[in-house]
Design a protein around this ligand. Structure first.
Ligand code: NAI
Ligand code: MG
Length: 484
């Protein structure tokens, strides 16, 4: 396990993984009414560390009866929570934010152990941003009438929230903070491979003394999620995950009157013009696709390079890829951590085979891959075209497909030629090009001369098969309110 005594920031004992300053319980039950409740069928599943396949904890598997118990708890808590002076609700959110900050190191370590992401990312991005979301939305709690002037604002009721495994605590924050700020109560379903930080958050909820039943956390797999979606007493479904499950959810709630926000997949174009600051752009491309092993819905997985600079860009990219450090997620020098699960690694490997079979040239730097755990070297495919499967489909791994272009019209057309529309990036020295491009890209977020910048004040969400509804900013509040 990682040791960094130089600055004294991280110190963990070698084994077992639950010792030291990091407390992971052997077994987690369901969190209902601020209490730990055994699952009705007594079933549990393992959460493992994907970097060494060691078991971290047993986690309860909730069935529909458990979900019902959680929804009932949320329903019972709703009237009181909704009527609480908004300022008081805000205070609870601030309290949660502060406790997350106090425990940020523990959260970061657990996040990296349970999900495989580099500690630098969980420490510097995921955990601080999760706290920032609670602070930001805590601030909105008593200002909702200013967010929607002239309108009557009311909470929706019970929100069922289903989150993925790529940013576990951050996605919990994206979901919980706006729901609570607006006066809703919640049943949250974390992803099966990464439930541990959500369960640590349950401890924070207890410590913050939220009224019982306001936040309930039910762990389990897809069937637990489906039970939540199909529960008749849930008023709102918020989902982040695959487009396939998103479509399924949409079908099952059709005609029920449940409100929904779906944040689904992406296949973002990252575009480099010849007038860009190339070294800076190369850094941005690397961050855009290899951040969090490419397990990012807004990952810049399709690179478009203007023809005149393609040789330079590819050479520099390959050099930079050769310097990336792959390995122990708990080592602060690590750039590329473990792939989140065996299943996801198989998906990624399948796409690498497809790319090769389609005749694309594949580059991977020479790296030592650890013997245990799930790993994929950063990968670059050149010679890609619009029709290639690895260009069309979301891989959700550290795999970049490079295409070239000559004119701005051509690249806009190519960039938009995808079923998705979540995000995009553009690298150029010319402000006019940025404005031209951002207005024509069918993408929810367009970054200019930067990438993967997140802030609780800016709305995030997609077009087309990337889903609908926005999270973050004022827009994110609307998803949890009845406006009249
Ligand atoms: P998934 O969509 O199955 O899982 C996301 C969440 O949905 C998990 O909590 C899961 O338990 C839950 N879930 C699964 N089936 C459900 C159902 N029928 N009803 C309600 N909830 C359900 O995603 P998975 O299988 O882990 O990953 C597959 C692909 O999805 C990835 O390769 C990636 O392309 C994409 N994905 C996109 C994400 C994003 O942030 N947009 C996040 C995770 C995956
Ligand atoms: Mg895990």
């Amino acid at each position: 396990m990682a040791k960094d005594n130089k600055k004294g920031i991280f110190e963990y004992s070698a084994a077992p993984e639950s010792t030291g300053h990091i407390s992971i319980k052997e077994q987690y039950d369901l969190f209902i009414n601020n209490q730990w409740v055994k699952p009705q069928q007594g079933k549990y599943f393992d959460s493992i560390n994907p970097s060494n396949e060691n078991k971290l904890a047993s986690v309860a598997r909730a069935n529909d009866k458990d979900v019902d118990k959680a929804v009932k708890a949320a329903r019972k808590a709703f009237p009181t929570w909704a009527k609480l002076p908004a300022k008081e609700r805000g205070k609870y959110l601030y309290r949660i934010a502060r406790i997350i900050q106090e425990k940020s190191r523990e959260f970061a370590v657990i996040e990296s152990m349970d999900g495989g992401k580099p500690i630098r990312e969980s420490r510097d991005v995921d955990i601080p941003l999760a706290a920032a979301h609670f602070f930001y939305l805590g601030g909105w709690a008593d200002k909702l009438e200013y967010a929607f002037p002239g309108q009557n604002v009311e909470p929706l009721g019970v929100a069922g929230q289903i989150i993925p495994w790529n940013f576990p605590l951050l996605m919990a924050a994206w979901k919980l903070a706006p729901a609570l700020a607006c006066g809703n109560t919640v049943v949250l379903k974390p992803a099966e491979t990464t439930s541990l930080t959500a369960l640590k958050l349950a401890e924070v909820i207890q410590e913050a003394e939220l009224p019982e039943g306001v936040v309930n956390i039910v762990t389990g797999e897809g069937d637990t999620g489906a039970a939540l979606v199909n529960h008749p007493d849930v008023n709102k479904i918020a989902f982040t995950g695959s487009t396939d499950v998103g479509k399924l959810i949409q079908r099952s709630i059709a005609g029920t009157g449940k409100k929904a926000t779906l944040e689904l997949g992406g296949k973002a174009a990252n575009i480099i013009f010849e007038d860009a600051a190339i070294n800076q752009a190369v850094e941005g491309i690397i961050n855009g696709i290899y951040f969090n092993q490419g397990h990012v819905c807004c990952a810049g997985s399709r690179l478009f390079v203007q023809e005149s600079v393609v040789d330079e860009v590819i050479l520099k990219l390959k050099q930079r890829m050769g310097n990336l450090v792959l390995g122990d997620p708990l080592d602060k020098n690590t750039d590329i951590g473990a792939i989140n699960s065996k299943g996801q690694l198989q998906t990624i490997k399948k796409y690498l085979e497809i790319g090769k079979k389609d005749g694309l040239e594949m580059f991977q730097p020479k790296l030592t891959i650890p013997k245990k755990g799930f790993w994929c070297a950063p990968t670059l495919f050149t010679g890609a075209a619009q029709s290639h499967q690895i260009v069309q489909e979301e891989i959700f791994g550290p795999v970049l497909a490079v295409q070239t272009f000559r004119t701005i019209e051509e690249v806009i057309q190519k960039a938009n030629n995808t079923p998705y529309g979540l995000s995009a990036g553009v690298w150029t020295d010319k402000g006019s090009k940025i404005f031209n491009l951002t207005s024509k890209m069918r993408a929810g977020v367009v970054w200019a001369n930067t990438y993967n910048k997140f802030d609780p004040t800016s709305p995030f969400g997609g077009y087309k098969e990337s889903g609908y509804g926005r999270e973050g900013g004022v827009h994110g509040l609307e998803a949890y309110l009845k406006l009249s």
